[in-house]
Write a protein that binds this ligand. Structure first.
Ligand SMILES: CCCCC/C=C/CCC/C=C/CC(=O)SCCNC(=O)CCNC(=O)[C@H](O)C(C)(C)COP(=O)(O)OP(=O)(O)OC[C@H]1O[C@@H](n2cnc3c(N)ncnc32)[C@H](O)[C@@H]1OP(=O)(O)O
Length: 241
């Protein structure tokens, strides 16, 4: 991912990601992809706050549809998808990594990962929650979501948000080793098993997709939510000054 400075998942960047995924899926010489970051120290800052702040309802609806599409397409991809997490990964950045089949995280205490939405005064939607529950179990997910926990590497491994923590200079090579293991499995059997495991979760969003967009638009348009997002963005900007 190369969307400096922080790989935020803007509408444009999400569209590019989806086009790239589609191209790779349509090229039958590809069997797997490794998602990693070109922004030093940052895997992805998550959803782009500027897409959710000070815009009109039509824009929010279009943006949310693209976020849903990213989740659905990566979560259900027939390719083996591995995240080589070489930086901090809050909220939507964590969600993107949770769509992958395997997560390798660099062992740097700054590289926290988690669904921290509540800390911003926003609520992780049910399909964010379902993805986390499927990964770490109900009790750990409930605690992590309510408290908006961002896990440093050792904790992330202990709770199961990531599958492996390795020295920073070994993240890419480890992801490639893991890819080789996953590609050794007969493709059709692996793909059908992935579908079996993930389809019920994806189907829930597919059947409630429009309602979920409407919920998001209603929620994000609230004055109180706009005020918190605006204040949060300002705080991020003032950090430098
Ligand atoms: C009940 C029914 C509910 C229905 C549905 C409701 C749903 C709402 C759910 C919405 C879900 C949202 C999930 C998300 O992903 S929200 C985004 C969460 N992300 C974060 O909290 C991360 C924020 N960023 C940071 O913490 C830091 O930027 C950092 C990633 C740790 C990097 O730090 P650093 O290297 O120091 O860089 P800066 O902080 O100086 O940032 C540089 C630059 O980038 C801007 N920026 C940072 N993050 C974002 C972002 N997520 N979106 C847009 N822009 C971002 C930052 O403002 C700086 O900009 P300037 O250079 O212009 O100052």
């Amino acid at each position: 991912m190369r969307n400096p400075p922080v790989n935020s998942l803007s509408l444009e960047f999400l569209t590019e990601l989806l086009i790239s995924l589609e191209k790779l899926e349509n090229d039958k010489t590809f069997h797997g992809i490794i998602i990693t970051s070109d922004c030093p120290g940052i895997f992805s800052a998550g959803l782009d706050l500027t897409e959710m702040c000070g815009r009109d309802p039509e824009h929010y609806a279009e943006y949310w549809k693209a976020v849903q599409e990213m989740w659905l397409r990566f979560y259900l991809s027939n390719l083996v998808v591995i995240a080589a997490i070489n930086g901090v990964s809050p909220a939507g950045g964590c969600l993107l990594s949770l769509t992958c089949d395997y997560r390798v995280l660099a062992n740097n205490p700054k590289y926290a990962i988690g669904l921290n939405e509540t800390l911003l005064g926003i609520v992780a939607p049910f399909w964010f929650k379902d993805t986390l529950v499927n990964t770490i179990g109900h009790r750990s997910a409930e605690r992590a979501l309510q408290l908006g926990l961002l896990f440093p590497p050792a904790e992330a491994l202990r709770v199961g948000v990531v599958d492996q923590v390795v020295p920073e200079d070994q993240v890419q090579s480890t992801a490639r080793l893991v890819m080789a293991q996953w590609l050794d499995i007969p493709d059709h059997a692996r793909q059908l098993t992935k579908t079996l495991m993930r389809k019920p979760t994806a189907d829930r969003l597919l059947t409630e997709r429009d309602a979920d967009i409407q919920n998001f638009v209603r929620f994000i348009c609230k004055d109180s939510i706009q005020k918190s997002l605006h204040a949060y963005l300002e705080k991020l900007k003032q950090k430098k000054g």
